[in-house]
Ligand binder design. Structure first.
Ligand SMILES: Nc1nc2c(ncn2[C@@H]2O[C@H](COP(=O)(O)OP(=O)(O)OP(=O)(O)O)[C@@H](O)[C@H]2O)c(=O)[nH]1
Ligand SMILES: [Mg+2]
Length: 197
C-alpha cells in the first residue's frame, strides 16, 4: 500500500494511551445470567446452555461513549457462595457494578440485600451501581418478580432498575450504555476526563 508520511491520522500508541479504562463488575446469584449479559454486550451472542463461571471470568470491549474511547474491563464474578473470597479480592477500584437477579427466580431477588451488603463491605470508592432484572423474555406465567417489586427495591437503595433479556438482547445495550455514561459523568465532575475527540 502506498502510504505517505502523515497518512495515519493518529499515532497508534497515542490512541491506546487515550483510552479511558473503566472497570465493570457483574454480581448476583448463580444462574441469573451475568455471563450471558456480558456475552451479549460484547459479541451480540446468546447460547442456552449453562456453564457456571468458575471463580471469575474476564473480558474487555472498546466502546465509544460521548466521543470518548473507553476500554471497558468486564469482570464476571461467579455467583456461587463458595467463591466469596475470590470476589472480595476483585471489588477494589471498581467504577460500576451491575447487580443481577432473575425475574423467574424468587431466591435470586431475595438475595439482593446480601449482595448489597457484600458490595458495601468489600468495595471502596465512588461507583455506579444498577439493578438488572434479567430473563424478561420468559412467558408471563413464569415471571415471579414484578416490575413494581423490583422498582421498589431499587428505589429503596437509590439505584436504577433496568429490565433486560440476554436471550433476546432487549435492554442489554441500554443498560451498559447508560451505566458507562454515568461513570463518565462522574469522572467529568471530578475533573478526571481528557477532552473528547
Ligand atoms: N430465558 C433466558 N435464559 C437466560 C437469560 N440469560 C441467561 N439465561 C440462561 O440462564 C442460565 C445461566 O446463565 P449464566 O449467564 O451462565 O448465569 P451466571 O449468572 O453467569 O451464573 P454463574 O456463572 O454460575 O454465577 C443459562 O442456561 C442461560 O442460557 C435470559 O435472558 N433469558
Ligand atoms: Mg457466569
Amino acid at each position: 500500500m502506498d502510504r505517505q508520511r502523515g497518512h495515519l491520522e493518529k499515532n497508534p500508541q497515542d490512541a491506546v494511551d487515550n483510552l479511558i479504562w473503566i472497570k465493570v463488575v457483574g454480581i448476583g446469584n448463580a444462574g441469573v445470567g451475568k455471563t450471558c449479559l456480558i456475552k451479549h454486550f460484547c459479541e451480540s451472542k446468546f447460547s442456552g446452555g449453562y456453564q457456571p463461571t468458575v471463580g471469575v471470568d474476564y473480558g474487555f470491549k472498546i466502546q465509544n461513549v460521548k466521543g470518548h474511547e473507553l476500554r471497558v474491563h468486564l469482570w464476571d464474578l461467579s455467583g456461587s457462595p463458595e467463591y466469596i473470597d475470590v470476589r472480595n479480592e476483585l471489588y477494589g477500584q471498581t467504577d460500576a457494578i451491575f447487580l443481577v437477579f432473575d425475574v423467574t427466580n424468587q431466591a435470586s431477588f431475595e438475595s439482593l440485600d446480601t449482595w448489597m451488603k457484600e458490595v458495601n463491605k468489600y468495595s471502596s470508592g465512588i461507583h455506579e451501581i444498577i439493578l438488572v432484572a434479567n430473563k424478561v423474555d420468559t412467558k408471563s406465567g413464569k415471571r415471579l418478580i414484578s416490575t413494581q417489586d423490583a422498582k421498589k427495591w431499587a428505589s429503596s437503595h437509590r439505584i436504577n432498575l433496568y429490565e433486560a433479556s440476554a436471550a433476546s438482547g432487549d435492554g442489554v445495550h441500554k443498560l451498559f450504555d447508560e451505566m458507562l455514561h454515568n461513570v463518565l459523568n462522574k469522572r467529568k465532575q471530578a475533573g478526571l476526563l481528557p477532552k473528547a475527540s
